[in-house]
Design a protein around this ligand. Sequence first.
Ligand SMILES: Nc1ncnc2c1ncn2[C@@H]1O[C@H](COP(=O)(O)OP(=O)(O)OP(=O)(O)O)[C@@H](O)[C@H]1O
Ligand SMILES: O=C(O)C[C@@H](O)[C@H](O)C(=O)CO
Length: 325
Amino acid sequence: MLQNEKQRKFDLITLGRACIDLNAVEYNRPMEETLTFSKYVGGSPANIAIGAAKLGLQVGFIGKVPADQHGRFIRHSMKKSGVDVSNMIDDTEGRKAGLAFTEIKSPEECSILMYRENVADLYLRPEEVEEKYIAAASALLVSGTALAASPSREAVFKAISYARDNDTKVIFELDYRGYTWKSPQETSIYYSAIAEQADVVIGTRDEFDVLEGKEGGNNEATVSQLFRYRPELVVIKHGVQGSYAYTRDGKVHRGLAYKSKVLKTFGAGDSYAAAFLYALMRGKEIAEALKYASASAAIVVSKHSSSEAMPTVAEIEQLIAEQSQ
Ligand SMILES: Nc1ncnc2c1ncn2[C@@H]1O[C@H](COP(=O)(O)OP(=O)(O)OP(=O)(O)O)[C@@H](O)[C@H]1O
Ligand SMILES: O=C(O)C[C@@H](O)[C@H](O)C(=O)CO
């Protein structure tokens, strides 16, 4: 369903934040005791773009970065990874890059300390989104965090309306970061509005609970509600317990997590999305795409970064082959 049948220039464009990750170099300890951090590009939609480009998709990015050293680092790193950055806008009003300090206390106890005051990404304006760019893509992935504040929120709505007008598929990655929002009620309203218009929705069980404005929701109720609207495919992730893909025709596929020597847990979701979309775009069945997604995530959780650690197709296929023996 996501194959680039019209042979458009881009298989995928992602929209949202491109930031900086500062990952603890001395891990297995609290951040208070960490003295050095390694710098990587971060931010879920930037990570997904980098991951998908590494797998060989033609990928573009829409977002705003500061016109400073951090912005230039992000731009150059993404370009070097094969992502088209022609529609990455420079903020010239002194706004900053989001910073994510990651704490790796143990493989199971990871957290992120975010600096997201006055961040450039949330200042992307609707008039800065180019219809021609979106029309040149087979699919557009929007990140939920880009809906957290205006004018980035309106930029997402504009981008989706261009996607509809130009027959570009819309993928909504819920990517919920609570501290970016004013209230869970606000998130639920905007998440529902976008999910109803998307062709594909991807998120964790907890994120779907945020969308629904409740706790302890169940997958069947979630998908039957969403299938009343536009979505054709809904993917619900359950961490190390694996994930489920539901299609409008009533089919359910389960993706099992692969065994991994876990170093940290973050980055799993982004590498999962990149490989899942890659596989679907290359014409693989959903069950196979779930294997690519889960294997990709298992590789990234065993490595230090989220973006630089994105695997190649050969690495993913090797893991699948090894663990199916
Ligand atoms: N510890 C693990 N070992 C192996 N695979 C894992 C592990 N944790 C997650 N995964 C894989 O990654 C997929 C996505 O993980 P998860 O449900 O935690 O998403 P997420 O919360 O979006 O990730 P992130 O931590 O990056 O925000 C899972 O479905 C699973 O296949
Ligand atoms: O999404 C973020 O802003 C932080 C990420 O860059 C970090 O790498 C991560 O948590 C990935 O899931």
